[in-house]
Each structure stands twice: as C-alpha cells, then as structure tokens.
Write a protein that binds this ligand. Sequence first.
Ligand code: NAD
Ligand code: DAU
Length: 351
Amino acid sequence: MSKSILVTGGAGFIGSHVIRRLVNRYPNYKIINLDLLTYAGNLENLADVDQASNYNFVKGDIADISFINELFQKYEITDVIHLAAESHVDRSITDPFAFARTNVMGTLSLLNAAKQSWKENYDDHLFYHVSTDEVYGSLGDEGLFVETTPYDPNSPYSASKASSDHFVRAFGHTYGMKYCISNCSNNYGPNQFPEKLIPLVINNIVNEKPLPVYGDGLNVRDWLYVEDHADAIDLIFHHGANHETYNIGGNNEMTNIGLVHMLCDILDEKYNRPQGTARQLITFVKDRPGHDQRYAIDSSKIQRDLGWEPSLLVEEGMRKTVDWYLSHEAWLQNVTSGTYQSFYERQYGSV
Ligand code: NAD
Ligand code: DAU
C-alpha cells in the first residue's frame, strides 16, 4: 500500500539513517522529513538521497500547532515515525524548558494533528514514537531493562521523553490511536553530533585535545550501531503489534573508560604509533549531576516477535565509526565550527 510517512527529526543522527533506509527500500512510499534544523540537524547527512522522487524535506517546528495541522493536510500524512527531540542529557541539565517544549509539547502537537487528520479512524494509520531506555532510570550491577520495567526517569531529558511516551499511550488508550513505541539504548555510528561521548572522543583525539571522562568513568552504557537501530525501526513500523512497546539494545555493555580506551587504541593503530599515546589525553572531570550509573537492555521481545538482532559487535562497529569520522573531516569541521565552540567552553571550561 502506498503511504505518506511523516518522519520527524530526519536531519539528525538516527533520523538520517532511518530516512535513507526508507527512501531507498520503499520507492512507493512518500517520505516527508520534517526537521527544524537545530544545531543537531544537518541536511548534509542526507545529501545522497535529497534528489529522490519519493522524498521531501520540510523545515519546521513540531511544537508549532497550526503549522503541524496544515502539514498533515498538505501532505495527506498516513503515518508518523517520530524522532525529533532535544537529545543531549547535558544540555537538558542547563536548559530543561527547551526539552519540555520540544519533547513534550512537540509530541503532543503531532498526536493532536494525527488525531484530527485521521478523524479517529485509525485502521490504516500508525503513530510510531522513537524513545529511549533512559525512561527506566538507572540499574545497579545486576539486571536488565524489560518492557514492563517501571518508569523512573532521572534527568530533565529522560523526564521529557518519559512524558512523551505517556502521551502516546494516553492517545492510544483514550482515543484508540494505533501506536508503537520503542525504547533504545545508546546509539553510535556515522553522523552523530560530537557533543556525544564517542564522536567527541574521536574528534578530540584527532585534534590532540583532552578526553573528558565524567566521574570515575565506571558508568555503563549498552552500545548499538545506528544502522541496527534503523533496521529495528523499519521492522517495528511494518510488523510491530498495535499498542506494543519494544526494547532495543546492542548486548554491548561497556564502562565509559573501557570504551574510551578502545577508541584510543583503535586510533593509535590507525596513526601507526605506540599504543598508549592517545590514552595520555584522558582527563577525569567533574561528574554529570544525577549521572545514571548503568543502562542495559533485554531485547528478547523484539528478537522473539520480530526476528531482529544486532548485526555488529562493538569493536567492529567502533572501527567502522572511527573510519567514517577520519574520512569525513569536512563534515566534522562544519559541525564543530561556530556555536559548537561556545557550547564546548560552557560545558568543559578549560579542560
Ligand atoms: P539528534 O539530536 O541527533 O537529532 C534530533 C533532530 O531533531 C535534529 O535533526 C533536530 O534538528 C530535530 N529537532 C529538534 N527540535 C525540533 C523541533 N522542535 N522540531 C523539528 N525538529 C526538531 O538526536 P538523535 O540522537 O538522532 O535521536 C533521535 C531520537 O531517538 C530522539 O527522539 C532520541 O530521544 C531518540 N534516541 C536516541 C538515542 C541515541 O543514542 N542517540 C537512543 C535512543 C533513543
Ligand atoms: O541511552 C540512550 C541515550 O543515550 C539517548 O536517549 C540519548 O539521546 C543519548 O544522548 C545517550 O545518552 P547518554 O547520556 O548515555 O550519552 P552521552 O554520549 O552523552 O554519554 C555517554 C556516557 O559518557 C555517559 O555515561 C556520560 C559519559 N560522558 C559523556 C560525555 C559527553 C563522559 O564521560 N564525558 C563526556 O564528555
């Protein structure tokens, strides 16, 4: 069936991989990429598909209610894959209002437009909301997040994402809207903005700058290669069960310091220099306030029900990622010029 799919946040990191996949795999779908092009959105990420006949880009704000209503009419939107968000935890600590506006009000504005436009007849329409494992809070040494783990968000970012998940469920429960939600672990790979740990560390090693590790570096994250996330999103969009949640994770738990060591060693190897050279740049800095200790996902539901599993082990994925950043120097330079510098100084001071 032909669809007109609104993908929000398609110029960002994960969104650009999702758009590329949908545009290339489904020529009979119309893909409408709605993105405000904040500091995190970059149309360069989509240069290879921007001329495709089944692709349209629209610049706009998901929280602008009347604009979103008009957009649904103009493009006769049949389905939504919602990724647009403020996504960086550190920024949420300095400016929580921006997160409430985009992540909560923006999601509500999309739900409202979908409800109006689909006239409460949801048979052929799906609202797919892309969310995070951070809504579940923090784990101790043992255990994994499952779909029924109670919500316990700790940062303004995760609180705003939890709230958006609740609104999606409320629209399903109250108005009967068809929806799926997925909660994914930490993504990495090409096109990630270098405020996040992995591209920040790669960029700083390249530029011989200190590598800021928060606290004792023993916090644990579960890393998933971004293409594997895009693959899971595609599967859930097409085969996910109505009103279901799916956890997506990489089975790749690592401490932050272990991950930084791995990146240092890969780059030393690339530069053909003694192992240990890049590690000298590691600098332990003040911890993130309220820093969650450990995230880890049990993705057995999506594996069992939809046959998905991550395709890359972490070392292979990190090598691909490092290669991508080393061969996209201009991309890195473009996104780290201008306002990135003032963000960096505010966040890291003289480190
Ligand atoms: P990102 O910050 O790289 O991209 C976000 C995109 O949203 C940008 O292109 C930005 O311009 C756009 N945007 C921001 N505010 C907007 C607004 N008001 N209107 C329209 N567009 C707006 O984020 P990402 O890492 O690609 O994450 C995408 C989604 O996946 C988010 O919802 C995030 O919560 C979720 N997620 C991310 C991860 C991760 O590790 N990165 C893991 C799990 C879930
Ligand atoms: O778990 C999914 C989430 O993963 C997504 O929902 C978020 O959008 C995404 O940003 C990510 O959140 P994290 O806070 O885990 O990612 P970040 O890359 O900011 O940090 C990863 C870990 O590294 C975390 O424990 C904090 C630490 N860190 C981060 C930065 C930027 C450092 O030690 N130093 C740093 O400079």
